[in-house]
Design a binder for this molecule. Structure first.
Ligand SMILES: N[C@@H](CCC(=O)N[C@@H](CS)C(=O)NCC(=O)O)C(=O)O
Length: 198
């Protein structure tokens, strides 16, 4: 597998997942500050011209949550995804999609402060998204209870960003403790080191 990435970007989520998976992978830097995401070669991999993106032989996948799902399924021995048929698979897919959809949209609403009827907005509201996460994480330690999964990589990355990077999420004790558990994982630390040093 090869990860196309840029430091200090959403690539961190994919890096963390690949480090959790533990299978050797290659990295190719796409310098988004120099516009390399617009090259024809990279556009063929991700027409959105955004990192991260991943190739695996002839397979191509972009979007952080999809990369999490792809790698978790590709490396089953890492135990990052409940198997098809496992009842936990439902909530697992839900939280992966929740990171990509409602959390991203809620953050955008918070940044830009636009008003929208919660019944119309697919994410309802920033407040409801955060409340749902607090309730889901209260039993802990992970989104699926005792079981760590790729959904934690997607949700944990988003919550770290909201709490620690931009500070738009209030430091509720449940959320803070969850992010601390994420940050404490060896794979997180390796990803952070790669992100910092290239
Ligand atoms: N929905 C995408 C968003 C990826 C994204 O926005 N990447 C940013 C960096 S954080 C990027 O590549 N920006 C470069 C550009 O838009 O030119 C995902 O979750 O992977």
């Amino acid at each position: 597998m090869k990860l196309y990435w840029a430091p200090h970007s959403r690539s961190r989520t994919a890096l963390w997942l690949l480090e959790e998976a533990g299978r050797p992978y290659q990295r190719e830097l796409i310098d988004i500050r120099k516009g390399q995401q617009a090259s024809p070669a990279f556009r063929a991999i991700n027409p959105m011209m955004k990192v991260p993106a991943l190739t695996d032989g002839e397979a191509m996948v972009a979007e952080s949550a999809a990369i999490c799902a792809y790698v978790a399924d590709a490396v089953p021995e890492a135990g990052l995804a409940p198997a098809i048929g496992d009842p936990l698979r439902g909530r697992y897919l839900q939280w992966l999609a929740f990171a990509a959809g409602p959390i991203e949209a809620a953050y955008t609403q918070k940044f830009t402060t636009f008003e929208i009827d919660p019944m119309t907005a697919g994410w309802a509201s920033f407040e409801r998204v955060i409340e749902v996460l607090i309730r889901a994480l209260a039993p802990g330690p992970w989104m699926l209870g005792d079981r760590f999964s790729a959904a934690d990589v997607a949700v944990g990355s988003a919550l770290d960003f909201g709490l620690n990077v931009v500070g738009i999420v209030e430091p509720h004790p449940v959320l803070r403790a969850y992010v601390e558990r994420c940050i404490d994982r060896p794979a997180w630390k390796r990803a952070a080191e790669i992100d910092a040093t290239g």
